[in-house]
Design a protein around this ligand. Structure first.
Ligand code: MTE
Length: 317
């Protein structure tokens, strides 16, 4: 049992559904794994300092927060998808110490005037930290409600002065196969990469999280810096970001490379577009017994549906 909550029986029941989908997804990954050698490109060299349990102060509350009941922290930080730290839901927490997060730099490149490599603290400041309580809906049909601590991505991106050619933003996770056990296996093309259209990246709901439940992000949740795009399936919310690249063309993304028919570039939460191997109509909120309906755009349609007006969302899934 991976979860340490009082509702053990509820979770056992619903775990079965999850496990089936998860095993299916993993089988797919094993099948599609390429036989090429794991990339051994050099990674950044981090001193071996483990993240301290630091609480943030003066966090601003946000009107964008949902009033849905929070998922207990044991589940948020104990039931994770972070394939660099292992494939099972409990692996990321167990292997969290392999990820060295201090110091941390972010490389900014591509179609912008202010390119360069920035220490995390400089990259984030002077933005004010906010608490954003968001629903997180995984493509595997489970969901959580997480009180993130973070900053809006848009104002941060604007500081680097994107040029008129910047139509997309690409994000990459740290590449460190020597230390990250999952990157020794070619389950996905490493480093994990994701992308957004520039208007999606600039949308006020899109944040970079540095914490949750008022404290620094646990490593297994993508410390020290992860994307959170609450109207998209969770795999768009890339963890442990080391690079941001402004591009004219749509970038290739890890899950789309692994399964183009299954994981689209947009991946907006959409109950009307099933995953080829399971329904997306309902979801299991972690800690609840009965499944609930999945909402278009994960319940954020009023805020974001206009970004896609005129687009066929079945084709652009
Ligand atoms: N980012 C990286 N680098 N590696 C991953 O395996 N998994 C994604 C996303 N970001 C993943 C990642 C998936 S599938 C989901 S559902 C969310 O992280 C899970 O976030 P959580 O573990 O904080 O709930």
């Amino acid at each position: 049992m991976l979860l340490n909550t009082s509702k053990q029986t509820d979770l056992k029941e619903s775990d079965i559904t999850d496990q089936a989908i998860y095993r299916d997804r993993r089988k797919f990954l094993q099948k599609s794994a390429s036989l090429t050698a794991v990339s051994m490109a050099p990674s950044f060299l981090w001193p071996t300092i483990v993240s301290a349990d630091i609480s943030f102060e003066n966090i601003i509350k946000s009107d964008f927060s949902t009033k849905d009941e929070l998922t207990p922290i044991d589940a948020v930080a104990g039931y994770n998808n972070f394939y660099e730290l292992g494939l099972d839901k409990g692996d990321p927490k167990r292997n969290a110490h392999h990820l060295k997060v201090k110091p941390w730099n972010v490389l900014v490149s591509g179609e912008c005037e202010e390119t360069g490599e920035y220490a995390l603290e400089d990259f984030i400041s002077p933005a004010k930290l906010e608490e954003r309580i968001y629903r997180l809906r995984c493509v595997e049909a489970w969901s959580m409600v997480v009180p993130w601590v973070g900053v809006e991505l848009g104002p941060i991106l604007k500081r680097f002065k994107p040029t008129s050619k910047a139509k997309y933003v690409e994000f990459k996770t740290i590449l460190d196969p020597e230390n990250l056990p999952g990157q020794k296996r070619q389950v996905l093309e490493w480093p994990y990469r994701e992308g957004l259209r520039i208007d999606e990246a600039m949308h006020p709901l899109t944040i970079l999280a540095v914490g949750l439940y008022g404290k620094e992000l646990p490593n297994q949740n993508g410390a020290p810096l992860r994307l959170v795009v609450p109207w998209k399936y969770g795999f768009k919310s890339i963890k442990s970001i080391v690079s941001i690249n402004f591009l004219e063309e749509q970038p290739p993304t890890s899950w789309n490379i692994a399964g183009p028919r299954e994981y689209g570039f947009y991946s907006n939460v959409n109950p009307d577009v099933d995953h080829p191997r399971w329904s997306q109509k309902r979801e299991r909120r972690i800690g609840e017994f009965l499944k609930r309906e999945t909402l278009p755009f994960n319940g954020y349609a009023d805020e974001v549906a206009s970004l896609y007006s005129g687009m066929d969302l079945k084709e652009n899934f």
